[in-house]
Write a protein that binds this ligand. Sequence first.
Ligand SMILES: Nc1ncnc2c1ncn2[C@@H]1O[C@H](COP(=O)(O)OP(=O)(O)O)[C@@H](O)[C@H]1O
Ligand SMILES: [Mg+2]
Length: 419
Amino acid sequence: MGNGTFGLDREAIILRSGVREIFTPHTPIDEVDHFFGREEEAARLVSVINSPGQHILLYGDRGVGKTSLAMTTCKAILQQLQGGHFFEKRCDSGDSFASIFEDPLLETGIDLSLQEQSSTHHSGGNAGITTFFANAGVRSDRSTTKKTKLNYRPDSPSWVANQISHLKGIFLIDETDAISKEDDKKKLAEVIKLLSDSKSKFKIIVVGIAKTGEELTAGHPSVERCLKEVSLKRMSDSALRKMILNGMKRLDIIPNDAVVEKIINISAGFPHFTHLICLKCAENSLVSRNRHINEKSLASALEASVEESEGALRRLFDTTLRYLAKPQEYRLLLLGAAYCRTPDFRISELKNKLEDTLNVSVDPKLLSRRLGTLTKGEGKTILCRPARGVFQFTDPRMPCFIKMALDSERASLRITALG
Ligand SMILES: Nc1ncnc2c1ncn2[C@@H]1O[C@H](COP(=O)(O)OP(=O)(O)O)[C@@H](O)[C@H]1O
Ligand SMILES: [Mg+2]
């Protein structure tokens, strides 16, 4: 069938199917029904949250499933074990210590957006009645207004901790690596320590990257005792398989075994890519009314997935190849590197991968030179060299992107690249 004006017919079929609620590459999971694997990590979160004085630092690569794990477990704890509020703060570079706690403070009746409190004295029949309102945009014609600075100290860890310590619930502070000032991170650590000391029932989950742990504890070694670290590794193949099969079953779509295994291989433990590729496969299948997904339909889904991938990955990949003299050669090397078991690899491993997976034999010296070129340049490069003889993708998700982008070119790359 055609896609209709502006693709509206296609969209209508996709929307009716509910596929975008099942495969959600851009939204974290917050329901147990859609959540797969991670049993051990979830159990650890539950036990730490329920241990007096303990809080959590959850860290791992982007797209590995941190927010989903935190949201799903928090929701389950609050629904099944204890009541309480759930607050979520997603930090960005504009956030400071004072802005992080806005919502929990609001719950205690402290509205930080009210910088000052105005008390208005009415001189008419209502004399003596005092009203309180925000300082902005409110006028009174027949009154004298006295402005009092509110005694809020949102910059002070002890003041913040004092205000919120009686609350009950969980506060998820996500993307903390985006907070730019070191000092703000130290203050956050201080609040956690103070809440812990007072055995508050208000628990904090800090989500970030590994460096976040060091930054939080730098000024406060004692924070380590109350901040339990949970490192989130990549998802297992079996959890990814369950995710694919379960979602497809709900849509009454049947992917063949080779397709399922290929999606798992490309995803390399990142559920984001599994959701993205499955979404594109399922959308095509629904629109073409073909319940079976074979490798040909997977190939076109991969193209669509590349189109929808995060701009940062696409740009880094494109700019890397744009100015190289022999882009085909580099494409082949990058594809080989993407097939290596870990994001860091040695020349010997890459040489074997190229031979086993792509059936190409390359002189190690040439490999070394070419890889060296990929570590040099202005700005962020696609590879870096963390140690002598070891190369690494600067973005751990890049191998997944490369496999999606170049997998269909495997055969032609082999012929044209290393002549
Ligand atoms: N345990 C899981 N089961 C199913 N899907 C998951 C799981 N964890 C993450 N996802 C999916 O993977 C993607 C990335 O997850 P997210 O929690 O946003 O990662 P992070 O916070 O680490 O960047 C989201 O689309 C989410 O739907
Ligand atoms: Mg996240």
